[in-house]
Design a protein around this ligand. Structure first.
Ligand code: DLL
Length: 448
């Protein structure tokens, strides 16, 4: 039994049979399901059958054991884009009861289809995810993820209903109303992106909301990277414990991996997904502990199964057992993506590293933007970050001193020479969904 903030935390599972399954049984189940998935892809997904053929598979029966997975070709975002709109759907359209799609801001959208069984599986996985974060049927859950083609809103919604909790389907935006409902309905659980949780906390503070005597106790956050420092900041501003949930539309949506009460890595629902970490350059599978690109194979998806889908997310596998008792292995929280690495005059930097450095300083607010430009063939980085009101009104000397310390830390730890600009509180536009941290003026689509 663990105690956090005076709350008793005891391990409870949604689906004990699956969550504490014996390794040997899990591997058998996975192999069985993998064979079915590969078979389905072979017969119903022309793009994947072509790839398998090119990789030397004569048919789906060539798969002899789980370790043969690493011989199968990857699925990429590009494959799904080329299949737009319905070429990645492995069922007759009459069996598809729901469509979701990724936003497509950086290219053609990817489209995924769900059968009735897929929706049932997804709801189960989301109920499991919520229970992992300590949610139960007595909770009132405000879902402030967007509803629509984005999987966040409806994914959490169905899971919360499955669990038997009371769902308040707010969707994103309208922050004052969100706060009013949080208070008036005595909400205990909030689900949204971590950046939106911070925005909500800020507006609540300005409205002098007192969280004392409310039931507000848990935050279930995900859909974008956030650091431990960011978690600490959210928990300082709201009376909650914050849990990380991970997923992506191409694999199912939220419900792929979740934090349990130990909050040290995210359990992958391995009865439905196989996670691998690969070297993004060579494609070789990496052992636990080594960082690389996460790939997922779906084991039960009917509508849009994917095999070795390259997520672009960077993580590593944790193979040591978790003290919560779940046997499903964990992944390290996703802090960055292969494509958000900034190369600044030859130095590789991830936005999450900059966030970690910034938030270590007193008076620095968790609202920042990284502006990358190129002047005279030289890359430059300007970090715009808000400081608290009292810091902002401090003497110039104090501000300069703080700036100097931040610059030294960035230089010392990341080898990043840049400029830092302090902004007044609330100068940076707040996001209601995924925050945009980097504006790369070297890219056409980022130039305002
Ligand atoms: O963001 C699904 C989701 C909804 C997950 C609600 C969690 C909660 P997409 O819009 O397809 O789906 O974006 C997927 O978001 O590849 C990651 O880069 C990022 N991402 C999702 N969850 C996390 C997380 C949803 N917990 C992409 N930490 C993924 C870091 C995350 N990045």
């Amino acid at each position: 039994m663990d105690t956090k903030r005076g709350q008793e935390v005891s391990p409870t599972y949604w689906d004990e049979h699956a969550e504490i399954i014996h390794e040997e049984n899990l591997r058998k189940l996975q192999f069985n399901r993998l064979q079915k998935t590969v078979n389905k892809a072979w017969y119903h997904l022309p793009y994947y059958r072509r790839k398998m053929g090119e990789a030397g598979f004569r048919n789906s029966n060539d798969l002899r054991s789980l370790s043969d997975l690493s011989r199968l070709p990857f699925t990429t975002k590009q494959d799904l884009r080329e299949a737009y709109p319905f070429g990645a759907i492995a069922e007759p359209m009459k069996n598809i009861v729901r469509i979701h799609s990724s936003s497509g801001t950086t290219g053609t959208a990817t489209v995924v289809g769900y059968t009735h069984n897929d929706i049932i599986t997804w709801s189960e996985l989301m109920a499991r995810t919520l229970v992992g974060g300590g949610v139960n049927e007595d909770d009132r859950i405000q879902v402030a993820f967007g509803y629509g083609l984005f999987t966040g809103g409806l994914g959490v919604h169905y899971g919360a209903e499955k669990l038997g909790a009371t769902v308040i389907p707010m969707s994103s935006g309208n922050t004052l109303r969100q706060i009013q409902i949080l208070r008036d309905f005595n909400i205990s659980v909030l689900c949204c992106t971590p950046s939106y949780a911070l925005y909500l906390a800020e507006v609540a503070r300005d409205s002098h909301i007192d969280w004392e005597n409310t039931h507000f106790r848990i935050g279930i956050f995900g859909a974008e990277p956030w650091s431990e420092e960011m978690r600490a900041e959210i928990e300082r501003q709201l009376p909650i414990l914050a849990y990380d949930i991970y997923g992506l539309s191409e694999v199912i949506g939220p419900g792929v991996a979740f934090e349990c009460e130990i909050r040290n890595g995210l359990h992958v629902s391995e009865d439905h997904f196989i996670a691998e970490v690969i070297d993004p350059a060579s494609g070789d599978v990496l052992p636990p502990g080594e960082k690389g690109e996460l790939t997922f194979t779906t084991l039960t998806k009917e509508g849009t199964p994917v095999i070795r889908y390259r997520t672009g997310d960077i993580s590593s596998l944790i193979s040591t057992p978790c003290s919560c008792g779940r046997t499903m292995s964990r992944i390290q929280r996703v802090a960055s993506r292969t494509d958000d690495m900034l190369i600044i005059r030859g130095v590789n930097v991830y936005p999450s590293q900059i966030e970690s450095v910034l938030l270590r300083f007193e008076g620095i607010e968790p609202h920042y933007q990284i502006i990358v430009s190129r002047e005279h063939y030289m890359d430059t980085v300007d970090i715009h970050v808000e400081v608290s009101n009292n810091i902002f009104s401090d003497e110039v000397k104090t501000l300069e001193n703080l700036k100097k310390k931040i610059l030294e830390a960035l230089k010392g730890e990341l080898n990043l020479a840049c400029t830092v600009k302090f902004l007044e509180p609330k100068s940076i536009t707040r996001s209601e969904g995924k925050a945009k941290r980097v504006i790369d003026m070297r890219k056409k689509e980022d130039v305002p």
